[in-house]
Write a protein that binds this ligand. Structure first.
Ligand code: SAH
Ligand code: SF4
Length: 385
């Protein structure tokens, strides 16, 4: 199968163009079609000679994600369910006006992207791992999640723009020429790699996709506005620390002792806290203050105040901020979120230890926003047909 053009870096395309004897400025034009206009077919690249378009088409594919289902909640967190070429389903979640949860500047739109179909890590509370791991996402499937949501946003914005024009009192004739996709300014300015899958288990594809999404010729999203969440793959955390790009790291801790973590996260048996925190320390030393702990509060499992002191100790050691997240109920799983009083008590106890912590009054609770839930529901519905 031919590689998708969105899995290629500018340098790779330039060397291909040189090999073809084509001028390299064409690469810049093509990248503009892909990442500024976000076109979905070769024919739309109107300033590229037909013969070259033909050659591109023979050499590369140009895949797009098919939107199967979209859910939006009252506070406008929106969830996109995509179908891939092999009919696998994945999710992306759009979170507007995100408070600065990971230390990034509070900004307009955050997109949560998936990196795998399913997940092999089988955390006991998580919908993504319930039906196991199917495959890694390719580079272009990761990149395309951002482009597809931006395209969707463009389509949403278009009627509003013409309404605005109508409202100005001008009397120009409506546009009749077929217009290329308008180059709207960037819509997504933060990425969180927290959708379905364990990102660091798809390391090479993830890193290449992020390089493309970060590049000025590509997605243009600053590395410091990209947060990678991991359940704790210690060797890959060290590897990430050696990369030149300054991504933020979110560690899904969910327990501050091996005993608690072992109960809910099988990965902890492979990389227990000692090894994990040593890897995080290495990351922290190389990257500065870039680590956040994710801590889902699950009633009767990890919300006991006995976790507070060891959690505070770990946070101090790594100079990490703690995000407390009330558990999102998953159908068929026995876990529950603690009462609000218990959540607040945990937060207060942590703050008393002088730890910077936030309690997420979770957006999107009503739309199955936690990773993997919409896919699971849809697959079950399809299976029941
Ligand atoms: N595999 C990576 C990234 C994807 S999961 C990781 O585990 O970090 C993204 C986050 O969602 C993790 O912190 C995960 O623990 C959390 N999560 C999973 N299921 C959840 C649920 N039902 N409610 C709240 N958070 C959940
Ligand atoms: Fe996989 Fe993350 Fe879910 Fe654990 S929490 S099963 S690592 S997606």
């Amino acid at each position: 199968m031919s590689p998708d053009i969105k899995s290629q870096t500018k340098e790779e395309l330039e060397s291909q163009f040189k090999a073809w004897g084509e001028p390299v400025y064409r690469v810049t034009q093509i990248l503009e079609w892909l990442y500024v206009h976000r076109v979905t077919n070769w024919g739309a690249m109107t300033n590229i000679p037909k013969a070259l378009r033909q050659k591109l088409q023979e050499h590369y594919s140009l895949g797009v994600l098919e939107l199967v289902r979209k859910q939006g909640s009252r506070d406008t967190t929106q969830k996109f369910l995509w179908r891939l070429a092999d009919h696998s389903l994945i999710e992306s979640v759009l979170i507007p006006a995100n408070p600065a949860l990971y230390g990034e500047v509070s900004d307009r739109h955050t997109l949560c992207v998936s990196t795998q179909v399913g997940c092999a890590y089988g955390c006991k509370f998580c919908a993504s791992g319930l039906e196991g791991w199917k495959r890694n996402l390719s580079v272009d499937e990761i990149v395309e999640q951002v482009l597809a949501v931006e395209r969707w946003n463009t389509q949403q914005a278009l009627p509003r723009r013409s309404e605005a024009k109508a409202g100005t009192g001008h009397t120009e004739a409506p546009e009749t020429t077929p217009r290329p996709e308008p180059a709207l300014p960037r819509f997504i300015d933060n990425l969180v790699i927290m959708g379905m899958g364990e990102p660091l288990a798809n390391y090479d594809n993830l890193l290449k996709a992020l390089k493309i999404l970060n590049a000025p010729w590509g997605g243009g999203i600053g590395a410091r506005k990209i947060t990678i969440s991991t359940s704790g793959l210690a060797p890959q955390i060290r590897k990430l620390a050696d990369e030149p790009l300054q991504f933020r790291l979110a560690l899904s801790l969910h327990g501050a002792t091996d005993e608690t973590r072992n109960r809910i996260m099988p990965v902890n048996r492979k990389y227990p806290l000692k090894e994990l925190t040593a890897a995080c320390e290495y990351y922290q030393q190389n990257k500065g203050r870039m680590i956040t702990f994710e801590y889902i509060l699950i009633a009767g499992v990890n919300d006991g105040l006995d976790q507070v002191v060891p959690l505070a100790k770990l946070a101090r050691k790594l100079n990490a901020k703690v995000n407390l997240i009330p558990y999102n109920k998953v159908e068929d799983l026995p876990w529950e979120r603690p009462t609000e009083t218990a959540q607040e008590a945990f937060l207060a106890a942590l703050e008393k230890q002088k730890i910077t912590a936030t309690l997420r009054r979770e957006k999107g609770h009503d739309i199955d926003a936690a990773c993997g839930q919409l896919r699971l529901k849809t697959e079950r519905e399809l299976a029941a047909l």
